[in-house]
Design a protein around this ligand. Sequence first.
Ligand SMILES: CC(C)(COP(=O)(O)OP(=O)(O)OC[C@H]1O[C@@H](n2cnc3c(N)ncnc32)[C@H](O)[C@@H]1OP(=O)(O)O)[C@@H](O)C(=O)NCCC(=O)NCCS
Length: 169
Amino acid sequence: MRDEMPVVGGFEGAAPEVVVRPARTEDAVLIADLSASFVVSDKLVRRSLKELNERIHELSVATRDGVLVGCMGLSRYPHGIVVYNFCIAPDAQGNGIGGLLVDHAARLGRRSGHRRLLAASKYAGDWFIKRGFERILPEKIPDEWLKFLCPGRGSCLFQLELLDQNSSD
Ligand SMILES: CC(C)(COP(=O)(O)OP(=O)(O)OC[C@H]1O[C@@H](n2cnc3c(N)ncnc32)[C@H](O)[C@@H]1OP(=O)(O)O)[C@@H](O)C(=O)NCCC(=O)NCCS
C-alpha cells in the first residue's frame, strides 16, 4: 500500500526531521538489514530480499535525517489491513517513530474505508495495547484470520478499529 504523500513528524515528542514515506526499490536492502536483528531475536518473521522487493509497494519507511530507521508492511484484505515487518532501529526506538508509522497506517486504512488494522505480535503486544489496539482472544479469531498468526509461531492478534473513531483525515 502506498501513501499519497509523506508524513512529517511534528507532534509533541517526535523529532521534526522524521519522515514517513512509501518505500522505494532501493530501500529493500536497507529494510532487510534493519529487519535482520529482529529476525534473529524472533521478533519478526524472516522474509527474503526477494520477497521484500516483491512487496515493496506495501512497505512504508521512516527516515530520520535521511537515514532509514523504521519500516512497516501493510497488506490489504477485505476485512482489514494487516501490519507486518514492523520495526524501528534500536537506537531510534522510544522517540515516537513506531507510533508515527502506526498512525500513518491507520490514516491510510480510514481513507481506504477499511474497518480495522490487524497486527500479529509475539513480544510487542503491550505496545499495541498502549496504542489503542485490543487483543482478539484466540477463540474469537475468525478462521480466515488465523493465517496472519503464522501457524506455530505463538503470536497474539491485535486489532485497532478504524471506522468508529473521529478523524479529520
Ligand atoms: C515495537 C516497536 C516497533 C515500537 O517502536 P518505537 O518507535 O520504539 O515506539 P514509540 O517510540 O512510538 O513508543 C515507545 C513506547 O513504547 C514502549 N515499548 C517499546 N517496545 C515495547 C514493547 N515490546 N512492549 C511494550 N511497550 C514497548 C517504550 O517503552 C515507550 O514507552 P513510553 O512511551 O511510555 O516511554 C519497536 O520497539 C520495535 O521495533 N520492536 C522490535 C520489533 C517488534 O517487536 N516489532 C513488532 C512486531 S509486530
